[in-house]
Design a protein around this ligand. Structure first.
Ligand SMILES: [Zn+2]
Length: 196
């Protein structure tokens, strides 16, 4: 868990991210899709909900989402940076972009009521953390953890098509109940043997 302390110089209060809400929203979307097997495709999700994805030069961020309100209807366009391509290997870039899109989907589903381009820094931080949690949950939902091997970042990153660091962080924050179940399953297996 990342912890932040109050900084005395600014005195700005830390606003606690709504982790549960981010996780529940991701789970709800997956459920609507029939809990698909990993790797989960964020392009498919965006497409299903009618959000366009465009690759453009963003001069800094990995991604951003624009809101277009016309005739009382809100449309979202997800922009993915095309000017970071040379910084990563093809495989890393592909996984990074999948994460970026999942993160932006999180903003659309969790934060559509905010004016994204005019946020107080404390609010901005809260929304970023929530979007990261959403992305981690939708790309690596609880149900993909099927055996103790999935608690290995390398295995999980290949299974879910995410970068190693994302997989490692997801495992670090996994629900104890899931981890314990996987460990217990494995120990039963090793004591009894595969034939039972
Ligand atoms: Zn963000």
């Amino acid at each position: 868990m990342m912890t932040r302390t109050r900084t005395e110089s600014t005195g700005s209060a830390i606003i606690r991210p709504e982790f549960k809400r981010a996780i529940n929203t991701a789970n709800q979307i997956l459920q609507e899709l029939g809990n698909p097997e990993a790797p989960i495709c964020p392009y498919f999700i965006a497409n299903k909900y009618g959000w366009k994805i465009r690759h453009e030069q963003l001069m800094g961020p990995d991604g951003l989402t624009a809101k277009d309100i016309r005739n009382g209807k809100t449309k979202f366009v997800i922009f993915v940076a095309s000017d970071i391509n040379q910084l990563y290997s093809e495989g890393t870039l592909k996984r990074r972009q999948r994460h970026t899109i999942a993160h932006e989907i999180g903003h659309i589903l969790l934060h559509s009521e905010y004016d994204w381009f005019d946020l107080e820094p404390e609010i901005d931080q809260k929304l970023e953390v929530e979007a990261h949690w959403f992305a981690a949950q939708i790309l690596m939902p609880d149900y993909v953890f099927k055996s103790i091997r999935d608690l290995d970042p390398e295995t999980l990153s290949d299974k879910c098509d995410v970068n190693y660091t994302s997989a490692k962080k997801r495992i670090e924050k996994i629900d104890d109940k899931i981890a314990n179940r996987l460990i217990q399953d494995a120990s039963t297996f090793f004591t009894r043997g595969p034939a039972g």
